[in-house]
Write a protein that binds this ligand. Structure first.
Ligand code: NZQ
Ligand code: ZN
Length: 382
């Protein structure tokens, strides 16, 4: 085990914590408030933020779409530059937060912001970013990564840098009350796959990371089983905190990580408009079945410690079946069927995009080549 770990985001968790913004952002800072399609105007979050910013000078940018595009975000970058803002406040789900990470980086860069995604520009500086989370799922509120799409070319690419980690994150589970069921379920699934990407690899004897990952997985399984309790404070609090912990860097410190499911899922979202979490549920079991030989021990460990399955020669197989059953229980599709009726063409399209994006060696062993990805996708696209 070898790692350097820091998570500097201050978290203000619980009811009425939106007020903390007032103290977090110095009053001499000019703030750019960034949000999405307007859900925050309907559920009162906008008004809470407005009240907290009563003593600040601030302007706003709205319309960041799910799976945020550089086409939209560059308008926010232009605004940040022309108005010389010195603090960005993102209010929304993963899309608004990721989009704001792009904005805080691109605002201090003279070239084309897309250079951040291609790696031509390595982000070294950024405006400070604060967050009000409205959808627990991605963990973006306290991690240093993001995913942004170029609509014109259907490129959905990850980026990250330590300076992009939010300074603070407000997490008030009450804001989840207005979430559509679809988004609540997305949150469970995305967080679940985040844990799996960092845990379902091969044993390294990392007792803390494994043990905590198993706790998070058991939580998510329990919340899925107790889905009819979703209107309780406790259910909301536990989902919000679990989804945060699933991708804040802790369980991934010093252990091998996979992320093949995410990289294939991103292409499916970019090409076919599938929600991020749902793209993962389509790919996940197929990746695990394809990689069962190298993942067998961890799958068995998960079968025992998360699903409480009985010992058997087929424990790894039974664990994958249980994962798939969890998605079905949540009524989440486990195959891509909405592809204009041509499965072979859809597979070709996804492979082509993986190739364009140099996703040529995926998985914790870097052994999933394009040919292997094609084998995996044959089980995904129906
Ligand atoms: O735009 P508004 O009006 O706010 O509506 C949003 C949006 O339509 C709505 N919503 C959010 N909070 C709400 C609400 N509706 C009612 N009440 C509320 N409280 O939900 C819809 C979806 O929001 P979005 O932000 O797109 O969802 P999510 O949080 O799942 O984010 C998905 C994005 O995050 C990326 C994904 O690729 C995708 O682009 N990811 C980011 C990661 C990261 N930064 O670490 C990791 C993830 O693996 C993921 O790739
Ligand atoms: Zn994800």
């Amino acid at each position: 085990m070898k790692f350097s770990y820091s998570n500097s985001t201050r978290i203000h968790f619980g009811k009425e914590q939106t007020q903390s913004i007032a103290k977090e952002i110095p009053t001499d800072k000019k703030v750019l408030l960034i949000y999405g399609g307007g859900s925050i105007k309907k559920n009162g979050v906008y008004d809470q933020v407005k009240a907290a910013l009563a003593d600040h000078q601030w302007i706003e940018f709205s319309g960041v779409e799910p799976n945020p595009t550089v086409e939209t975000l560059d308008k926010a970058v232009a605004l940040a530059k022309s108005e010389q803002v010195d603090y960005v406040l993102a209010v929304g789900g993963g899309s608004v937060i990721d989009g704001s990470k792009y904005v805080v980086a691109a605002a201090l860069y003279d070239g084309d912001g897309w250079d951040i995604m291609t790696g031509k520009y390595r982000v070294k500086k950024a405006l400070p970013l604060g967050v009000v989370l409205t959808l627990p799922a991605t963990g973006s509120e306290s991690n240093s990564g993001g995913v942004v799409t170029k609509k014109a070319t259907q490129d959905k690419l990850p980026f990250g840098a330590p300076v992009l980690r939010p300074v603070f994150a407000v997490m008030d589970p009450d804001v989840m009350k207005t979430l559509p069921e679809r988004q609540l379920i997305n949150g469970i699934v995305d967080a679940w796959v985040h844990v799996c990407e960092q845990y379902l690899t091969y044993p390294t004897g990392a007792m803390v990371q494994d043990g905590y990952a198993e706790t998070l997985l058991r939580n998510l399984k329990f919340l899925a089983e107790q889905y009819d309790q979703r209107d309780s404070d406790s259910w909301r609090e536990n989902l919000m905190w679990t989804a945060n912990q699933a991708l804040n860097g802790l369980i991934g410190a010093g252990v091998p990580q996979d992320w093949a499911t995410h990289m294939m899922g991103h292409e499916i979202t970019a090409l076919y408009g599938v929600d991020h979490a749902r793209s993962l549920a389509m790919v996940h079991a197929s990746v695990l079945r394809h990689e069962i030989a190298t993942k067998r021990e961890k799958l068995e460990q998960m079968g025992r410690n998360v699903f409480a399955l009985d010992e058997s020669d087929n424990l790894a197989e039974a664990t994958i079946d249980a994962i798939e059953a969890l998605y079905r229980q949540l009524d989440v599709a486990t195959q891509l069927t909405d592809h204009q009726g041509d499965a072979a063409k859809a597979i070709d399209n996804i492979i082509q995009q993986l190739e364009t994006h140099r996703m040529l060696k995926l998985g914790e062993h870097r052994t999933i080549t394009l040919e292997q990805s094609r084998e995996i996708l044959k089980q995904v696209v129906a």
